[in-house]
Write a protein that binds this ligand. Sequence first.
Ligand code: ADP
Length: 731
Amino acid sequence: MNIRPKFIMLFLAIGLLPVVVVGVIAYSAMSAALRNSTVDQLSSTAVKQEQRITNLLQTKQEEVVKFANRYDLQLTLRSYVAQPNKANRDALAAILQSKKTEASSIESLQLTDTSGNIIASSAGTQVAIQAPETNDGIAVRKDPQDGFTKLYITTGVSINRQRAATVMAVFRTDDFTAVVQDYTGLGNTGETVVASKDGISLFPLRFDTDAAVKTNVSSLDMFNDQNTSYRELLDYRNESVIVVSHKLETADWAVATKIDTSEAYASIITLRNGLAAILTAVIVVIIIVTLFFTRLLTRPIIQLSEASKRIGRGDFMTRVPVTRRDEIGALANSINTMEQNLNEMVGSIESQRQRLQVILDSTTEGIFAIDDRGKIIIANSAATRLTQMKPEILVGQSMHDLFTWRQNQQSFLVDYDVGEVKVYRNLQYTDKKGIERYVKLIVAPVSDKVKRGSTRAIVTIHDETSSHELENMKTDFVSMAAHELRTPLTAVRGYLEVALYKNEHDAHEDVIPFVRQALKNVDVLGGLINNLLDVTRIEKGTLLLTMEKVDLAADVVQAVEALQFTAADKQLTLRYDGPKKGCFVVADQLALHEVTTNLLSNAVKYTREKGTIVVTLTQADNVYEVAVKDTGIGIPETALSHLFRKFYRVHGGLATSSSGTGLGLYIAKSILKRHNGTIRVESKEGVGSTFTFALPIFTQQLLDEMHPQSDEEPGVNIRRKRGWLTKNITR
Ligand code: ADP
């Protein structure tokens, strides 16, 4: 959720909650007060009515009692008691009649004896008034004859302090109606009901006489325990009314006042509407204020958030407006500074990148940066020349898909996941145009801890195709020159041998040493030519070997013996310590002999007179080791690593003065490599050198693996070479 809605909700909660709570409390308190005042009003009306009715009843009762005590009535009654004849009875009826006439509210009067028999009535002597059984007092009944509700007041008439008869006056209720109507004091729907306990409604309601009949007064529960009670009910119209009832003390009656709830609560409703209007206004104000303040507060925060998102997307150009001096303003300032710094930083990184790109593109080597999955991340222009692919296409490609490397015509896998810088030489691949390319590959790791997508290694490809071609041309030329030289040289040798033969027999002895010397030099030249041819064959891969089971011990013995004379010339001790035969290896006989002879002749050549050369043959693990140890001039330490390179010769002293081509050790190492053999050297300048080569001990399996090559295969078999001349043997 965004910050703005959160702020709005918070402010609304803070602003609206108290307003609503206060509103509700004020509304309910005012409602209660208004309702109480309504109830009070109804109650006081009921009490007033009760007093009026009580007064009226008392007046009526007093009037009846006064009548019962009238002298003429008592005198006439005394006469009647003495002589209960018609005359006395008529006299009594006349008195009753006159009283009725006198008091307009009296409907009728009746006199009964103590046994309840009618003595006389206002309607005539014999006319009995339908009256309820009642003791002295007040009663309200419906007249069964006319159905009207009437008031019956009964009291005794005494003669000589003795009750002699009972007088009963029947009143119309008009007076009560007037009283009730006069004093309701209520609003439009206010009404007063007077009801007796037996459920008869006594007096009509204020506005509608029929309503009194219709109103079920018993439902008003006017005679409950409380003297004054308040209730809300539905009246005969099914309208909600508030009712307050009050019991009369003088009679078993109650006065109920009622008012329509809607009228009673009119002011409450007005109040509620007023409150609602005020509340609405306040809420609207609060919402407006909330929105205003929220906007004021959150705008800078939102601006800051948008700015940081922009920066995240790499847009450092737009600035955050600084409009405040508080912490938010300070933050905006910091973001602007940060943006500026980042912008400068990105600019300098970009210019550095461009510089690097220029450097990368100006190099002739193809340079690739590859990630942890072997995919290209960066490629320079030389790389695009090598692959004939655009840089944007190159990026994301796998190195293995682009280059299918071969070495010596064999497919070759380059390990890009290296721990140290690795150089692969003489790798070949066919480019998109089908041109065979020779390259040198340098794989340099960038970091061991590779994160996903980061640079794993830098691969540099040096295209050596042209120099390789030059080298090939050179080799071809040397090969051709050597071939061409060998033919005339063989002829010269032949002629010289003939000359020597003839001279020896024809006694031109003074010529013989010259011819011998010429022959020796021809042999040296022949050895050189053969060496050159060997080298060219090795390099072109055309040197064929016939692998077979060869006795290494016998070969070493033979080589040592062959060199004994040369060694003796220099007064050298040449000794062999080892088995004379029975140490079998898989080898090409002649090639193996070439290796031993090379090492031995070197030892002889680079050891001064009276030195010692010891040759040993030992078995170590699954190899035979032949060591040629001399007490010769030794080899400087700096030269040791270059010894087995083509044409390498140590300069200085005996090393320079001795003739040589610097090819012998190169050929020896190449031959041993073809035999799965190794060669190493230990030497100390001025002390001597030990050259040791090792070959795997013969097994049939090894022989099968090294599958002897057929003579029909192309190339030059070492055995077919006429006059395989070791470089030194003839020296
Ligand atoms: P070269 O025809 O010059 O003898 P090699 O390849 O056989 O060519 O030897 C290379 C160089 O190694 C020699 O020129 C020499 O300086 C040095 N070398 C070889 N064998 C010995 C040795 N036994 N003692 C001292 N130096 C040696």
